[in-house]
Write a protein that binds this ligand. Structure first.
Ligand code: ATP
Length: 552
């Protein structure tokens, strides 16, 4: 698929999301808000199903009595729900207060701010055309927050050329990130929204945590932060959970909840939002076994997406190079999806699985850590030789009563984004084919091929006509499915083909039609969204049949 096809596909997906009530721009009637998104009725069901599938697979259906396939041992999994605003000391010790920064550059003229590593560009030489004539050739680095199509548009605008002259542009080298351009050369850089070169500032640090104030006084001492990740709520409760729950290591503590990051350049629909939801596991284990657990979680989390319908072709497990790793990490892998808003061959992160060693628990015991001269972690000191940020001073070590050993557990962290997963499932589900309409004419049919477990609506019930006892029987079937807790729709409007299409477009796996046969022989027709196969089932068996298919 070419870049244009991919971006056209993305446009279709975004428009379907709005038209059918999956995702809306936040506060849309006031013009929206960059980086914030709302979920409509179907999107809410879909995202809830994604979250529920994660919670069921990781916690409620987890069997702690035996080692699951591929796991080094049996283990326990429990959940917590912690606050969004935590004691600010948490963020000082975790490193977020000092280090949770992105480099940004400002455009002095366009009054815009960009994430340094999101700006791409390409060197180009050309004469600028205007009403006054042509300039001498200039060599500039033309940029965009995006890729080649956007950079080309920016270059055409800069040189005063019409779109049809795009092939006259004299490019030099390939597209590279602005991060590769030395600051001394910024006078030749044309910012993504600038009309002249040299308007970008040097890159500066920008902390991504949203600030807020606790209490009525509103002094600087009352400053607090909206959590940028749910993980820290788990670490600070590690001891509480172990002391209160009769759990033993290896142990996973899980949390689902909102996180907030003041992203400099939110973009790509919900992919990079400022408010989003995370599904995080902190898996605590013995240091000597941590490498094995890391491999286990990396593979298991990758398989989770495949099991819910993501094609292996579109999902990669990317092991970080040693130089990419955070200083405390012995291994990190990203699970990445080929989102259609990216170029072919590019992938966007759905989940990071990180081996974090004992970094987090130690930081909350001793204070903020840094790498010492000997390469080991040590407490960072201030100019008076005291810890820069004091830890809790609490003992967060674990005593293994079988080996009689006390140690600070190592942590494996599979950290997923609920919104990114939902978006990946939406992109993966989108499918177009040709099918005959009610008059027998071939028409494009849009089908969202969601895995039945995450489909917002599982089944739809159609009375063929609004008479002859069809509606009465249809309501009976509908209510029986509802009573079984199955999310089911009822549609009596329009030709049957139109009703099928409406359900196909929102990904309902099964449509159940009540017709003359139902009244005469007591059977209904169940039609499958993907195979289009139709089977007859007895009215009294419909609910059990749908339940069976859902559990398949
Ligand atoms: P990125 O490099 O894309 O900014 P990250 O590596 O900072 O992501 P993590 O800190 O590892 O992300 O967060 C874990 C998960 O949380 C990500 O894999 C992603 O699914 C989700 N996530 C992080 N930032 C955002 C965001 N701005 N919008 C939506 N989801 C996000």
């Amino acid at each position: 698929m070419s870049h244009t096809d991919r971006s056209e596909l993305m446009d279709k997906i975004v428009s379907l999301c709005k038209r059918r009530g999956f995702i809306f721009q936040d506060s849309e009637i006031y013009g929206g808000q960059n980086g914030f998104w709302d979920y409509g009725p179907l999107g809410t069901e879909l995202k809830r199903n994604v979250r529920d599938a994660w919670w069921q697979d990781m916690i409620s259906r987890h069997d702690p009595l035996d080692a699951p396939e591929g796991a080094p041992a049996a283990f326990q999994m429990v959940g917590v729900e912690t606050t969004i605003i935590m004691n600010p000391q948490v963020w000082k010790c975790s490193g977020h207060y000092d280090l949770f920064v992105d480099k940004m550059v400002d455009c002095k003229v366009a009054k815009k701010r960009y994430r340094h590593d999101h700006v791409n560009g390409r060197w180009i030489i050309g004469k600028r055309k205007s009403k006054e004539g042509e300039t001498d050739p200039v060599r500039v680095f033309v940029t965009a927050v995006g890729e080649m199509p956007e950079i080309t548009a920016q270059a055409l605008a800069f040189f005063g050329l019409k779109k049809k002259y795009a092939d006259r542009l004299e490019w030099e080298g390939e597209v590279i990130s602005l991060t590769e351009i030395p600051v001394e050369e910024y006078s030749s850089v044309v910012g993504p929204d600038a009309t002249e070169a040299g308007t970008l500032t040097e890159p500066r640090d920008f902390n991504l945590m949203f600030k807020t104030i606790i209490g009525a006084l509103g002094t600087e001492d009352d400053t607090a932060y909206l959590r940028p990740e749910t993980a820290q709520g788990i670490f600070v409760n590690f001891k509480n959970v172990v002391d209160s729950s009769r759990v033993k290591l290896p142990l996973g503590i899980c949390q689902v909840g909102k996180s907030f990051r003041n992203e400099i350049t939110p973009r790509n629909f919900t992919f990079r939002s400022r408010e989003f939801e995370q599904m995080e596991i902190e898996f605590f284990c013995t240091p000597s076994e941590s490498q094995e657990w890391y491999t286990y979680w990396r593979n298991r989390r990758y398989a989770w997406y495949i099991g819910l319908g993501i094609d292996k072709e579109n999902l990669i497990l990317r092991e970080h190079h040693p130089e990419e790793l955070a200083h405390y990490s012995c291994g990190t892998a990203d699970i990445e999806y080929a989102f259609p808003f990216l170029s072919k061959g590019e992938y966007g992160e759905l989940e990071g699985v990180a081996h974090r060693g004992d970094f987090d628990l130690r930081s909350h015991m001793e204070g903020k850590l840094k790498i010492g001269d000997d390469g080991e972690l040590e407490v960072e000191l201030n100019e008076h030789g005291q810890p820069k940020y004091r830890g809790s001073g609490k003992d967060l070590s674990y005593f293994d009563d079988q080996t009689r050993e006390r140690f600070i557990p190592h942590v494996i962290e599979p950290s997923a984004g609920a919104d990114r997963a939902t978006l990946a499932f939406i992109c993966e589900a989108y499918y177009e084919d040709e099918a005959p309409d009610d008059k027998g004419n071939m028409k494009t049919r849009v089908v969202m091929k969601f895995h039945p477990r995450i489909a917002p609506i599982k089944a739809a019930v159609f009375p063929l006509v609004k008479k002859d006892g069809h509606p009465e029987k249809a309501k009976e079937v509908y209510r029986s499915l509802k009573a079984a807790g199955i999310n089911v729709a009822y549609d009596a409007q329009g030709a049957i083909g139109r009703r099928y299409r409406r359900q196909d477009e929102i990904g309902t796996p099964w449509c159940i039609t009540i017709d003359g046969d139902t009244i005469e022989n007591g059977t209904v027709t169940i039609r499958d969204r993907d195979s289009l196969e139709q089977v007859k089932v007895k009215v009294e068996d419909v609910t059990a049949e749908i339940q069976r298919r859902l559990n398949e």
